[in-house]
Design a protein around this ligand. Structure first.
Ligand code: FBP
Length: 552
């Protein structure tokens, strides 16, 4: 395979580590805090996680540690959607293991959690890891979305771990995958096994974060990639003066990506799903908000603009949320029956008998393409796959109708030519920014320290991320500390709480303070492409979201 000049240069990039992880291993110790509690539902979670509940937070400190000598065998899994930096987590873990003992072994389970269940793995060698250092993607071992949930699957996972004589399993994933890590850690102890389980916080969506996990990896690179593209589009829009661009941005549920991109690029409109839900905004309210910007700008002869739409929006609009919930339940209960009806008209007849009147009216009022997309296959958690629903096109259709009405009433005299975009996959495998390259390598190395110190049921954590990397603070957070109970298909399940955009938080408030000006005037900001070489203020700066969250 021919390697690009940048890829070649990135092979030579040495990720920055927190100062305490650069010391000889025997000088890296762990300090433990007080016992911890879960985010909510403490009694129930204490009972569910008898062995791991309430463990203390672990912080890496300079001092005598237990991180040397022992030969350790580890299996690593990449789980869920790709996020830039995953290869560096594995590189950090690999380098830590080999530094501890050159005979230590790292297996990579292939294709996500199913690799563990089917015992499909490769041994990661120095030659393999060197081909993936500082590169985007998860192709070193592949990823997948299989959930480990049935008793048989837990037993199979343990069998594989025993067969390969593993000391530990590292799961690199989002909230669901780390919930799986917590359950697996508990199960292994329950079955008398000493196999440790450590998680790592991954997702471009940025919604696996809390007081102790300041950011999930991949968010930084993904938002910088999208912001570059949005800035370029804005400049094109301002140059030609004739197009509105409706840009849908990934983020399955939370709007962190759209919000960060808005802070970076100052578009005319950015919808934030959490606000839409809090204000109980209908589809019509949203359309009016977008039209208000279009009309005001047209009055100033600016018949162009940019509107950002979070992909999760559709599930936060109350009437759509109700419809999607009804459809999800129907597909869970009557999936087989419904899948036999292949014709869309017949599917509609079927739905007439099963949907509530309100949801049916909404369903039939939707453009047929969107209605069809709502009936597409669910993900392994039974959720609609929002990345496949073209919300931007739904809104474009509705905005066009509303503008026609306004024109007839004499309230709008502009021209509306619109182009639709969806940015998602473009950002998930970009070369990790220096921030993500350093952060991921540190997370992987920290995972090694936690394993070498005998911990299980922890997620690797690196804090103080707005400071230069040498001042970052690595450690481990007990997974149970981040959990609560949530209803899934009517059953209470322990899960890691998803972090949605806080409407009282500084990132949203900063955006909200400026958006009416951006809606009317052209205030575009052009962040440009991610820079890998050059001054730290250009190359190493974290996201505005992280900076603003640290200020509060
Ligand atoms: P994770 O939560 O697994 O990190 O994935 C996030 C995401 O990129 C979402 O933003 C998007 O909705 C979804 O994955 C797309 O899934 P798929 O890769 O299966 O198309």
């Amino acid at each position: 395979m021919e390697v690009s000049a940048l890829q070649n240069a990135r092979y030579g990039y040495m990720p920055k580590l927190p100062a305490c992880l650069t010391r000889p291993l025997e000088e890296i110790g762990l300090e433990f805090g007080a016992p911890t509690e879960a985010a909510a539902d403490r009694d129930e979670l204490r009972a569910l996680f008898r062995h791991n509940y309430g463990k203390p937070i672990a912080s890496c400190v300079n001092g005598k540690g237990g991180t040397t000598g022992r030969l350790i065998r580890v299996g690593v899994i990449l789980s869920g959607g790709q996020a830039p930096g995953g290869h560096n987590v594995i590189a950090g873990l690999y380098d830590g293991l080999k530094k501890g003992n050159p005979d230590s072994v790292l297996y990579g389970f292939l294709g996500g959690p199913s690799g563990l269940l089917e015992d499909r793995a490769v041994e990661i060698t120095g030659e393999i890891i060197d081909r993936y250092r500082n590169t985007g993607g998860f192709d070193i071992i592949g990823s997948g979305r299989t959930k480990i949930e049935s008793p048989e699957q837990f037993a199979t996972a343990l069998e594989t771990a025993k067969k390969r004589a593993l000391d530990a399993v590292v799961i690199i994933g989002g909230d669901d995958s780390n919930t799986n890590a917590a359950l697996l850690a508990e199960y292994f102890i329950e079955k008398g096994s000493s196999v440790q389980v450590i998680g790592c916080p991954k997702t471009i969506d940025g919604d696996l974060k809390n007081e102790h996990i300041e950011a999930s990896f991949g968010f930084d690179t993904a938002v910088k990639t999208y912001s570059e593209l949005i800035g370029n589009i804005e400049r094109d829009a301002a140059s030609a003066g004739k197009y509105w661009h409706f840009i849908r941005l990934m983020g399955r549920s939370a709007s962190h990506i759209a919000l960060e991109c808005a802070l970076q690029t100052r578009p005319n409109v950015c919808l934030v799903s959490e606000e839409v839900e809090a204000k109980k905004m209908s589809l019509d309210d949203i359309v009016k908000e977008i039209c208000s910007s279009i009309v005001k700008r047209a009055a100033g002869k600016e018949n162009f603009g940019a509107a950002l739409i979070p992909e999760g929006l559709i599930e936060f609009i109350p009437e759509m949320k109700k419809l999607i919930k009804e459809l999800n339940d129907l597909m869970a209960d009557y999936g087989d029956e419904l899948s036999k009806i292949t014709n869309f008209i017949d599917q509609q007849y079927w739905l007439e008998r099963h949907l509530s009147e309100e949801s049916l009216n909404l369903f039939v009022s939707l453009p047929p393409d969107i209605a069809r997309q709502l009936l597409a296959d669910r993900d392994p958690h039974g959720n609609v796959q929002v990345s496949r629903i073209e919300t931007e096109k739904l809104l474009i259709g509705m905005v066009e109708k509303k503008l026609d009405e306004l024109k007839r009433m004499g309230a709008y005299t502009g021209k509306f030519n619109v182009l639709a975009h969806f940015f998602g996959y473009e950002g998930r495998c970009a070369f990790p920014s220096n921030f993500d390259a350093d952060y991921c390598y540190s997370l992987g190395f920290t995972a090694f320290v936690l394993i070498a110190s005998g911990l299980t049921g922890y997620i690797s954590s690196v804090k103080n991320l707005v400071a230069p990397a040498d001042k970052w603070m690595p450690g481990g957070i007990p997974l149970t500390m981040m959990m609560n109970l949530e209803k899934r298909h009517g059953v209470s399940k322990p899960v890691i709480k998803k972090a949605l955009v806080e409407l009282e938080g500084r990132p949203f408030k900063t955006f909200a303070a400026s958006r009416s000006e951006w809606a009317e005037k052209t205030c575009f900001r052009f962040p440009g492409a991610i820079q890998y070489y050059g001054p730290p203020e250009i190359c190493d700066r974290p996201t505005m979201t992280l900076e603003l969250e640290h200020e509060q």
